[in-house]
Write a protein that binds this ligand. Structure first.
Ligand SMILES: NC(=O)c1ccc[n+]([C@@H]2O[C@H](COP(=O)([O-])OP(=O)(O)OC[C@H]3O[C@@H](n4cnc5c(N)ncnc54)[C@H](O)[C@@H]3O)[C@@H](O)[C@H]2O)c1
Length: 354
């Protein structure tokens, strides 16, 4: 079976998935949709140019994207015989596109964050569960080559503390600096590190955050997301976490910095694009091995082809729980009070409460 795929949203991240799908035998991209017609054409041209360069270098026949194009996803879903959709939309645009895909019983890969509102995500999750479609989210860090090693090491020790650092600049996409469009740096970007902590360390119980908009708004009055954030998380298993992120490397000219450090009884794990395991003076390093997003795409296509969601490392339920942690962070930063993640889920996304 070839998995017939349509895209809703053909901006930056969609082109990465499109390039990956072109190298996956069992996938066929049959339709592309974006409300901005130029984005569809730009995406197709960019991806096909890259496919040609890649296939020339590899000496293989190019599999160019020859998909039908649409500006209305409902029309695309009606007209095309699809098995699955990739939903690659800005955070604020989720909800109706997922319901349109569910109306047609389509499997879906939804880019993170899966929504900005837990109630929107809850309604989608309920239908995913009722209909039994395969739904995964774009948390590709779970597919990094060294993750199995980290899981193995963490299974047999006691985790004390985790430290997460993410210092970068505000991405250039038009919607990014608006709270009601992107959700801000924790909900939109550091969601990857929150998700990785949940995958490796365990469920996050409580979130206490301090955040502010300090610098990026000085020359842009429309900039209303936080640009500095310091949080404390507690885990169900008793471990604690310090989580510091900012969007200040742009104005300062500092290089970006990111890392997840996990301090255990027997060793310290530090990961970014490699995993370093420190025991006393001894440091062992494990590499990324392969492109994690390609692995994610391969897993999704295989899961749909074989009707086996068990091979996926991230499902929609888990993505809703990650969203809840990041929304809890935002609420805590605004109220000055700690937020219990499971209480938030019970109130706004009971389908995902544990
Ligand atoms: N997994 C990752 O590492 C990763 C990396 C980058 C972006 N992302 C996520 O992917 C999502 C999209 O980001 P991006 O950088 O591609 O944004 P983008 O702005 O480049 O692309 C989004 C596209 O969606 C289109 N769109 C908006 N509403 C639509 C609608 N109703 N129907 C059809 N098309 C519509 C826009 O015209 C735009 O072309 C974001 O949630 C982002 O967080 C994930």
């Amino acid at each position: 079976m070839t998995v017939r795929v349509g895209f809703i949203g053909t901006g930056g991240i969609a082109t990465s998935h499109l390039l990956n799908l072109a190298s996956i035998e069992d996938a066929e991209v049959v339709a592309l949709c974006d409300i901005a017609p130029n984005r569809v054409e730009e995406a197709r041209e960019y991806v096909n140019r890259n496919i040609l360069t890649r296939s020339e270098a590899e000496g293989v026949e190019p599999r160019l994207i020859e998909a039908a194009t649409y500006t209305d996803y409902r029309q695309m879903i009606r007209n095309e015989r699809l098995d699955a959709v990739y939903i690659c939309l800005p955070p604020f645009a989720h909800g109706d596109p997922e319901h349109a895909a569910l109306d047609a019983n389509l499997h879906m890969l939804v880019e993170k964050p899966v929504a900005l509102d837990l109630r929107v995500a809850n309604d989608i999750l309920r239908r995913i569960n009722e209909q039994g479609v395969i739904a995964t989210a774009g948390y590709q860090l779970r597919y990094m080559g060294f993750i199995d090693k980290a899981i193995e090491l963490l299974r047999n020790t006691v985790i004390g503390q985790t430290i997460v650092l993410r210092f970068t600049r505000t991405p250039g996409t038009s919607w990014y600096h608006r709270q009601d469009r992107s959700g801000g740096m924790m909900i939109e970007m550091a969601t990857h590190q929150v998700d990785l902590l949940r995958f490796l360390v365990g469920e996050i119980r409580k979130v206490y955050a301090a955040a502010a908009t300090r610098i990026n708004n000085l020359d842009n009055p429309e900039y209303d997301i936080f640009d500095v954030n310091s949080s404390t998380f507690t885990f169900d298993n008793g471990a604690v976490c310090s989580f510091a992120i900012n969007f200040l490397t742009g104005p300062s000219g500092l290089p970006d910095l990111r890392g997840v450090h996990i301090f255990c009884k027997d060793y310290i794990l530090s990961m970014d694009i490699s995993l370093k395991v420190r025991r006393g003076d001894d440091v062992e390093e494990f590499g990324l091995e392969h492109d994690p997003m390609l692995e994610e795409d391969k897993a999704f296509i295989e899961a749909v082809k074989t009707s086996n969601p068990a091979i996926l490392r991230s499902d929609y339920l888990s993505a809703v729980r990650t969203l809840a942690v990041t929304i809890a962070n935002d609420r805590s930063a605004r109220s000055g009070m700690p937020v219990d993640v499971n209480e938030l889920l019970r109130a706004e996304a009971p389908q995902a409460a544990w």
